[in-house]
Structure formats: C-alpha cells, structure tokens
Ligand binder design. Sequence first.
Ligand SMILES: Cc1ncc(COP(=O)(O)O)c(C=O)c1O
Length: 389
Amino acid sequence: MFDDTRLSRAGTDSDGNSGILNPPVYRASTIHFPTIEAFDTRFERRFDDVVYGSYGTPTTKALEAAVTEIENGSRSIVLASGTAAITLSFIACLKSGDHVLVTDSAYKSTRTLCETLMARLGVEASYFRPDAGSAIEDDIRPETRLVFLESPGSYTFEVQDIPAITEVCRRRGVLTAIDNTWASPLFFKPLDHGVDISIQAATKYLCGHSDVMLGTIAVKDETLYRNIKDVATQFGNNVSPGDCYLALRGMRTMGVRLRQHQETALRLVEWFAARPEVAEVIYPAWPSDPGHEIWKRDFYGASGLFGVVLNPASKAAVAALVEGRKHFRIGASWGGFESLMIPAYPTRSFATPPWDERGPLLRVHAGLEDSRDLIEDLERGFDGFHSAG
Ligand SMILES: Cc1ncc(COP(=O)(O)O)c(C=O)c1O
C-alpha cells in the first residue's frame, strides 16, 4: 500500500464506534478491571492493553499505530513534544560513563541537552562532521553507546549518508537515533536505512496546523521500545488524547500538504537563487546543493524549509527584508500552514569557513499560501532591503 492510502486508513476504527470513522477522544486516568486477577496482572499487559491513563488510551494507541505504519516500524511512542522525544531517547539509551556522538548539525536544543543534563548525568558528548559517512568509525570510542543523527541538519541542511553510518554503527554495536523532522516519515524512512530510533517533532508537519506540541518515536526492536516506553512513563510523559486526535487528523492530509510545501519551496528557492542579493540557497532538492545526490538517492521528497545566504548586508537591511512582511511571519516552529522567515545563527564546530564569516543566513519556511503572493511579498522586502542600505 502507498503512503497516501495508508494515511487515509491508519488508526481509523469503524468497528465498535457506531460506524464512526475517526477514533473518539478517549480521556482516562482510572481503568477498571473485571477481576482481581486482571487487576493484579495489568502492568504485564501495559504495552498492549489500556491499563492506566499514563500508558495511553485507545486514542493514543490509534495514533501510535498510524505512526508505526508510515515509519515502517513495529512500535511507536507518542510524547509531549519533539524535545521530549529527543531527551527521553538519550535518557533511555545512555548511562553515566557512556559517550554519545552527535551530528555537528543538530538542532540547538539537542546540543544544549548534551552540554547540560547529559553532562550532569556523566554522559560525554562529542560532535561529528555531518559529511562523515563511514569515516564516523574514527570517532567511535569503546564507550560510545549512541550516534545521534539529523539529516538535513538544522539551519544548514547538510544531508548525511545514513546507510553508510548505520552500517558502521551496526557492526560496532552502537545504537543510532535520528531527528527526522525535516523530511517526515513520508519523505525519508530512517528505519529502512538501518536507524534504530526514528524521531519526529510531530509539532511540525505531522500535526501541521501550528496548534499542537507532540513528538513521536518509532522503532523496530521490541526491547528498545519497551525500554523507551517505560522511561517515558516514569517521566510522566502523558500526552492529551485531544492532541493525539488532532495529530491523527493532521496525518490524513500530510501527503498533500507536504507535496504543496515542496512545490512552493522549489518556486521560492528558484526565485531567491536568481536574486543578486543572494550568495547561496541551501535546499537538498536544489541541484547545486552539496547534499543533492544523497538526497536523490535516499529521500522521496523535500519539505518546505530551506536556507538563504545573503551577500554581506547591514543589520538594518536584513531587518527591512524580514520585518513587516504580509505573508512571512517571524516565528521559530515551522511545519504549519504559514510561511515563516527568520535570521539564523548556526552553532558549528567543523564549519569551513565558519558561519559567522559568511553573509547573513535566513531560514525560510514555505507555507501553503500561493507562491505568487509570497514572491510579491519578498520583492517588497528586497525593496526595503535596498532602501535601508
Ligand atoms: C529539527 C527539530 N527537531 C526538534 C524540534 C523540537 O520539537 P518541539 O518544538 O516539538 O519540542 C524542533 C523544533 O523547532 C526542530 O526544528
């Protein structure tokens, strides 16, 4: 079955709900049982049955089933946010004395997690070049337990050779996890490429309407699933069934939305690339992008998020371009229906030349507006850019 068909079927439950297609919002804390035996053994069945609100209700389980299906996994876990999914994966896989190798292009909060909580717990983190491929082997130490990937990278969109990295990690007995939020499981399927833990900030494209915070983790291995699920529950990771319902509703239109984000992003990238004020566009689907070949080999599409490096310009000129736009809002959380544009300041150990020596970097999210309106808005922005000098 193809993904669009799966999205329209996954997690729907017409049986037992009067023929209603969508699963209802089951709210629960207490679950009652018919016998003492069923009560006493409830936690043995916690991964499959509904035994307590904190392990999820049928609405949570419908969403988890749908995520499992599009991730080509065997189990999924719904969490309170993308950040919760990343943090709990680290905590479930790592203990004091372990080493974690993190892509240098990771989302800023992932770096912060390494430098604060993980350091306090006695876990050492180091960063590897996003273009490492199989050379990541040189960075693996005897105490390395986890390699954390993100492809393309936050802000700078480096595409990683995931199959080459997972081949090394499997051989060396090291777990791999990926923040796959940019592509979503529709445009890249990490578990098919040997990654152990596939993470989504479902806040973005999966929910898709800028109104829900949610994260998901998908895995193939049952022991890994049980470990992460128990840790998540120990941390009191309760997700509102109402939010799970909204996520399921978002998933129904995810395929069409993502294709539209991609089409608009490509139009905007083409337009930016032709502007004299622009030094470089960074978007894996763009043929001159350094990650284009790997993207073509491994991905099914590109989402709406890309970077624009301007030629050197004053702060006032950049502000005039970004501020006061009619259709591009200044906001961080992308993946919704709206277009966004923000200045970006990547933190990198290995960038050559360093990012702060290049021109100003903008991160743009192509929303679902008509690209003609977006381009007209950007033209006005560049008029202001020149007037501001
Ligand atoms: C790549 C990436 N991963 C994870 C997150 C965190 O997700 P959440 O906002 O749901 O905590 C973000 C948020 O911006 C992100 O951009």
